[in-house]
Design a protein around this ligand. Structure first.
Ligand SMILES: [Zn+2]
Length: 132
């Protein structure tokens, strides 16, 4: 069932963790619930890298979930790295601040976001993000 792109990255997880299967693959491919908002955030980054829109949709809070395209295919960007700056969890709410680097049209760009997560029925969901 593994996608080609995932196989290629078996050595290292896109999020910078150990192997994909020991890291985000457990949540993306095996369907285990991410135990923390931080783990969910990292797995969502990896899902962006591997082009897994289903996973992104599933982990989006239902009322905020986009119905259309999440990953732009016409003008694709190449994710090159993730750096988590801050992570705060308080009960069933959490925030993760991170910088995701990517390349677009050969130029290096950075996405600096503070993401909000909510826990519902023992699962973490992405709510939305504030950009810097
Ligand atoms: Zn990972």
């Amino acid at each position: 069932m593994a996608r080609k792109t995932v196989k290629d990255m078996a050595a290292t997880c896109p999020c910078g963790g150990s192997s994909f299967h020991a890291c985000c693959g457990r949540y993306i491919e095996d369907g285990l619930p991410a135990p923390t908002a931080l783990a969910l955030m990292r797995s969502r980054y990896s899902a962006f890298v591997t082009g897994n829109e289903d996973y992104l949709r599933e982990t989006w809070l239902a009322k905020n979930r986009p119905s259309g395209t999440i990953i732009e295919k016409k003008d694709p960007i190449k994710w090159v790295g993730l750096k988590v700056l801050n992570h705060q969890e308080l009960g069933d709410r959490a925030t993760v601040e991170f910088i995701a680097s990517y390349k677009k049209n050969g130029r290096m760009m950075k996405l600096h976001e503070n993401s909000l997560f909510i826990k519902e029925d023992d699962r973490w969901y992405y709510v939305d993000g504030t950009f810097f």
